[in-house]
Ligand binder design. Sequence first.
Ligand code: 13P
Ligand code: SF4
Length: 346
Amino acid sequence: MIIPGSPEMKSQLEAVFDLECSTAMFKETSLQYSRVDRVIPEVEWMKRAPYVYAINKLKKEKDAVILAHNYMTPDIYHGVADIVGDSLQLAIEATRVKQSVIIQGGVHFMAETSKILSPEKTVIIPDSRAGCSLAESITANDVAKMREKYPGAPVVSYVNTTAEVKAASDICCTSSNAVEVINSMDSDLVIMTPDGHLAQNVAKQTNKKIVYWEGACEVHIEFKADELREYRKYEPDAVIIAHPECPTDVVDEADFSGSTSGMIDFVRKNKPEKVLLITECSMGSNIADEVPEVNFLGPCNLCPHMQRITLEKILWSLHTGNEEVIVDEELAFKARQSVQRMIDLK
Ligand code: 13P
Ligand code: SF4
């Protein structure tokens, strides 16, 4: 089996597709380039244009749709994605798309969610090693132990979980609807898994008592409130926007907190002159061309799992059909109930 991203993969792709840099390819992809020219230099796009061209052609031939999370790099986000969004939007879109094949531009739990919601479709992840520290922090057995400790309390699990954990939960939530989901529970005590920081941020916005699993996002936990206070000192006019996976003192320091799409919408609407997006680095790059009046200041952190998805691997996955995401039918049925309950709340 050829490993995605390996030199062998590259040479096999070169044998089938025309991946040479050329001005003709650049012209063919000039529309896509116009959406990223603030963040990708022309010389860099020259190398990516043949991949963008080949992917857009092949996805039509294969009846495939590319769903891309907001953390995908700008060449994927603006070059080949058909639908972009946060976790909730992508989960909903997975139920609506007409194509028979879904290529998931995102991490494994996102592809699994698409498969759970659309079991009749072929769902492919370009690199199955794209995991998530939150999804890996908890098992169904851990959920059972939480239930034993807090009898009768419903379990709300973030979508950043495996199918097994979703199946063991009562309902799912995402960063954009966590407060609504918690408030909809028919109990004063709610168990929230696996993100302890999201749980504590939500707890500040509800009257419910929340007990939580102590999982963390390895990317957002790196942001420190002190660091933001330093930025404020030197850039007092900068608007700070933080993802709710950040620790509570970081979110408290921010002017706004929301899901990845919530953060993008805030920038689109308010067009702050200077902004700090306290989240994954690709977010700023993906909206930079749309809001030229906004200056994106640091800091940002890269998610190593999201970064595993590249144009090369997307082309490979379209070409070979690898790697297909399979979820056991019984497990998928139970997990679907948890995800569907969340979607139905909308
Ligand atoms: P969103 O649901 O806000 O897109 O977040 C997903 C995620 O993994 C953020 O780290
Ligand atoms: Fe998981 Fe954090 Fe990466 Fe999101 S940013 S996929 S929560 S590790």
